[in-house]
Design a protein around this ligand. Structure first.
Ligand SMILES: NC(=O)c1ccc[n+]([C@@H]2O[C@H](COP(=O)([O-])OP(=O)(O)OC[C@H]3O[C@@H](n4cnc5c(N)ncnc54)[C@H](OP(=O)(O)O)[C@@H]3O)[C@@H](O)[C@H]2O)c1
Length: 101
């Protein structure tokens, strides 16, 4: 099974990557530079291309003071966990439809 880790360069992301590699899992870790989780088209493209079995979203806006000053942008990162989940479900539906057709 393939794992996709977003926010892979953060504290949590790095630990998750190390744990998955130690278990010899097939994993692709992407930092913000490779995948901005607020970029819906990019998320869709990566999930569609890589077809992960699991997505672990470790991306987060953790600069609390800056989040207050940039509330909309901070909320977009937080809200995206749900959006990533929807993309995964959509990709799974598309794959099932392809296999059935
Ligand atoms: N660390 C802990 O002990 C701990 C414990 C419990 C829960 N958590 C939770 O785990 C989550 C991550 O925490 P953390 O400690 O790993 O924080 P972190 O070190 O600040 O890592 C967050 C990562 O998310 C990336 N990121 C921010 N916006 C992004 C975007 N739009 N697209 C893609 N990546 C983006 C950041 O990239 P940049 O560096 O480029 O901004 C950073 O690499 C948070 O929800 C936190 O509450 C952490």
């Amino acid at each position: 099974m393939r794992w996709l880790v977003t926010g892979a360069r953060g504290m949590l992301g790095q630990d998750v990557m190390a744990a998955l590699r130690a278990r010899r899992e097939t994993v692709m870790g992407l930092g913000r530079r490779e995948l901005d989780v607020t970029d819906e088209a990019a998320v869709r493209r990566v999930i569609g291309d890589y077809r992960p079995g699991v997505v672990l979203n470790c991306a987060a806006w953790t600069a609390v003071a800056a989040a207050q000053a940039h509330e909309d942008a901070a909320l977009r990162v937080g809200a995206n966990a749900q959006a990533v989940k929807q993309r995964v479900l959509a990709a799974r539906r598309e794959l099932r439809a392809m296999l059935a057709g």
